[in-house]
Design a protein around this ligand. Structure first.
Ligand code: GTR
Length: 430
């Protein structure tokens, strides 16, 4: 298909329209509660698709949880391949003197191979030097490459980033690929001072963020004859979630980190991947979706801000083909955000929302979390202490479900990280 000139023209057209458009200005987008049309309320989380009432954690784990994963796989994210593929880890760099000797920085090149093909992913890790036992860790996929988090010229720049960045993201993000350009958004030294480690990779290493018919990135390694395209083949969010689990596999081999204390965190599209990763992989101890929006914690049936149709139009590669059935037809969705969020239970979850992030529907993110709570209760965990979105800037930290709705725009800011650090300290009893 890639040899077909029309297909290539179509690709170039889709890429340029993605980079040129501000998605939040799509005409007809609903940004006011009064305009939210009546919608079918979320299905009770404790009732199966066939109408059976779930009464025990065993029933949740054996009946309801697996059926939700199946429906989310079929209808939204596509099925994640279950096959374990070979991986090797190469230590590219170790610097025991990071942050004036407070931390050790490691760079690991992960090489995945399958069906005669291979894919390389660059991992960047920091662990506190002053520790008596393996450190808890924040694990995150970054947007602009590992080199954007640290000024040091020793940081490896991913090959795919230099080759593909121009065409894969909004133009404004290109400036952020400079060395250290995003460093101000990641309080790495503060994490180290709190005894917390950090592990990251560029999300595009696992799957480039543009539509190419689900052939590039990690998808390619699972294609035997070069073809795919079942309606429930996994999209990019599935690939990024898969990547998060593979980073966890590495962490399990590294004695500097405590693999039982990994907090998986993500912002925006990577927050959607974070939720989907944690839903499928219960090794993640804490899950933190920051501004996750549509396809994340926000209830899609509200069609407030970004909708299934807008997300599928702008990012036709994020979800599986089946998800396109719900374009302008959200009320017929078989599943919704609360079912995704509930898969994190009973583990600690922190939902972060922002006022000027109406595109992500902060109220919808709250409802997605709120409607999922009965699963935490089933495990004997306390409900979230409030029945409504908490006041702006108020942070709920000492709770199984953490939450804040803050001033400001769509971003993962230092004030968000401060709340997340406190959440880890509380849950990991640090
Ligand atoms: C937006 C997209 C959102 C969100 C965001 C991001 O354009 O519509 O779903 O994921 O990008 O990742 O920053």
């Amino acid at each position: 298909m890639l040899k077909n000139p029309f297909f290539i023209l179509f690709l170039l057209f889709s890429i340029s329209s993605i980079t040129a458009q501000d998605p939040t200005n799509i005409p007809g987008t609903i940004y006011s509660e009064e305009l939210v049309p009546p919608y079918t309320p979320p299905r009770d989380i404790l009732t199966t698709f066939a109408g059976q009432k779930i009464k025990t954690t065993k029933e949740w784990e054996t009946i309801r949880r697996p059926e939700i994963i199946k429906v989310l796989s079929t209808e939204m994210y596509g099925f994640t391949p279950q096959e374990k593929i070979p991986v090797s880890y190469r230590l590219v760099e170790i610097n025991k003197n990071a942050f004036n000797g407070k931390a050790t920085r490691k760079q690991i090149e992960m090489t995945f191979s399958n069906n005669g093909k291979s894919l390389k992913v660059q991992l960047l890790l920091y662990s506190p030097n002053n520790k008596k036992k393996p450190a808890p860790v924040f694990e995150i996929l970054n947007f602009c490459g590992n080199q954007s988090l640290d000024y040091d010229s020793a940081i490896v720049i991913s090959k795919t980033l230099t080759e593909e960045f121009e065409k894969t993201v909004y133009k404004k993000r290109i400036a952020r690929t400079e060395r250290g350009a995003d460093a101000y958004l990641y309080p790495l030294e503060e994490m180290i001072d709190h005894g917390i480690g950090f592990a990251t990779a560029w999300y595009g290493d696992f799957d480039p963020d543009y539509y190419d018919g689900f052939h590039n990135g990690i998808h390619n390694l699972f294609l035997k004859d070069g073809e795919n395209q079942g309606n429930n083949d996994w999209g990019s969010i599935g690939a990024w979630a898969w990547g998060l689990s593979r980073i966890m596999d590495y962490i399990e081999t590294d004695k500097d980190f405590d693999a039982k204390k990994v907090a998986v965190i993500g912002h925006s599209r990577n927050a959607k991947a974070t939720l989907w990763a944690s839903a499928q992989d219960q090794r993640f101890a804490i899950t933190i979706p920051n501004n996750s929006g549509c396809g994340g914690a926000a209830l899609m049936k509200r069609i407030y801000g970004e909708t299934a149709s807008s997300i599928n139009k702008l990012f036709p590669h994020w979800f599986c083909e089946n998800f396109k059935k719900y374009n302008n037809n959200e009320d017929s969705l078989t599943t919704d955000a609360h079912e995704l969020v509930a898969l994190v239970a009973p583990r600690p979850l922190y939902v972060g929302s922002a006022k000027y992030d109406q595109w992500a529907d902060p109220k919808g993110e709250f409802i997605g979390m709120y409607e999922a709570q009965p699963i935490w209760e089933l495990y004997g965990k306390k409900r979230f202490a409030y029945d409504q979105m908490t006041p702006l800037g108020f942070k709920v930290i000492k709770s199984q479900i953490g939450y804040h709705y803050r001033e400001g725009k769509h971003d993962l800011l230092i004030c968000d990280w401060e709340a997340y650090i406190a959440f880890l300290e509380y849950h990991f009893k640090m």
